[in-house]
Design a protein around this ligand. Structure first.
Ligand code: ATP
Length: 246
């Protein structure tokens, strides 16, 4: 479904990705792991069109994505839940979802309604400004906003950041449901046990390159210093170094 090859991305002349190759099959879940600054977010941003690669290609369902606008990439079926949520704080919850559904034409209202059905807590707050929601619910909104465009591939960057342990597990349960329903997932998360618990395959990025591609179980037992373990779920064999989110 997704084929990334030779991907190079730089910021102001400094390279962040130095030739990344990656494939995500139909309905496959791939976890992207690696230390801080390795290039994981840059990979997510390149796939979703937020940053332009300076070399390489990103092909999805047979079409090149790497020269398309973010909106055209959403139309092609690839949608991101970005690090830091990036919801529109001044808009209501409902309007955030409507913005998310703007590529859906006449299906938009039905898709917004479907997303609100997945997250009843959001429906109760539909007319509140998104910026007034607690951090965890803002993260739920960021996920819902991505889902309204009915992605074939969802690129999820640090969805557990800043949310309670219980909510992080709930968000991963939603991702699991999506995966079972056939959505492809590319998951970057500080809590490797949550990501590996869901993944069919895992890759490690270090210094802007894929240094390892492996069965999730092999990585869960690997002794690498950047792993952190969520207390509420996933593989208990992953090493704990950072502890739980607040
Ligand atoms: P983390 O786990 O800390 O989020 P990461 O693996 O997601 O890290 P990236 O955020 O992709 O890594 O960063 C890769 C490299 O690119 C780092 O050296 C980082 O400092 C640099 N970088 C990231 N964003 C920018 C930016 N907007 N401008 C300049 N340099 C950047």
């Amino acid at each position: 479904m997704l084929a990334v090859s030779g991907l190079e991305v730089g910021y102001a002349g400094r390279s962040a990705l130095n030739g990344v190759d990656l494939e995500v099959g139909d309905a496959e879940t791939v976890a992207v792991l690696g230390p801080n600054g390795a290039g994981k977010t840059t990979l997510a941003r390149a796939i979703t069109g937020v940053v332009r690669p300076r070399a390489g290609s990103i092909i999805f369902d047979g079409a090149r994505l790497d020269q398309l606008s973010p909106k055209a990439i959403v139309r092609a079926g690839v949608v991101g839940v970005p690090q830091g949520r990036r919801i529109f704080a001044g808009l209501t919850v409902l309007d955030n979802l409507r913005v998310g559904a703007s590529t859906r034409g006449r299906r938009a209202a039905a898709d917004v309604d479907w997303a609100l059905g997945l997250f009843p807590g959001l429906r109760d707050q539909a007319y509140r400004p998104a910026g007034a929601l607690p951090a965890g619910e803002q993260q739920v909104l960021a996920l819902a906003r991505a889902l309204v465009s009915r992605p074939k591939l969802l690129v999820v960057d640090e969805i557990s950041a800043g949310v309670s342990p219980a909510l992080a597990v709930q968000l991963f349960d939603v991702l699991r449901g999506l995966s079972l329903a056939g959505t492809g997932l590319l998951i970057i998360d500080q809590f490797v046990n949550l990501a590996l618990g869901l993944a069919d395959r895992a890759i490690v990025i270090e210094n802007g390159r894929v240094s390892l591609s492996s069965e999730p179980a092999r990585l869960a037992s690997a002794d690498v210093s950047w792993q952190s373990t969520h207390p509420g779920g996933g593989d208990a064999s992953a090493k704990r170094t950072k502890g739980a989110p607040e």
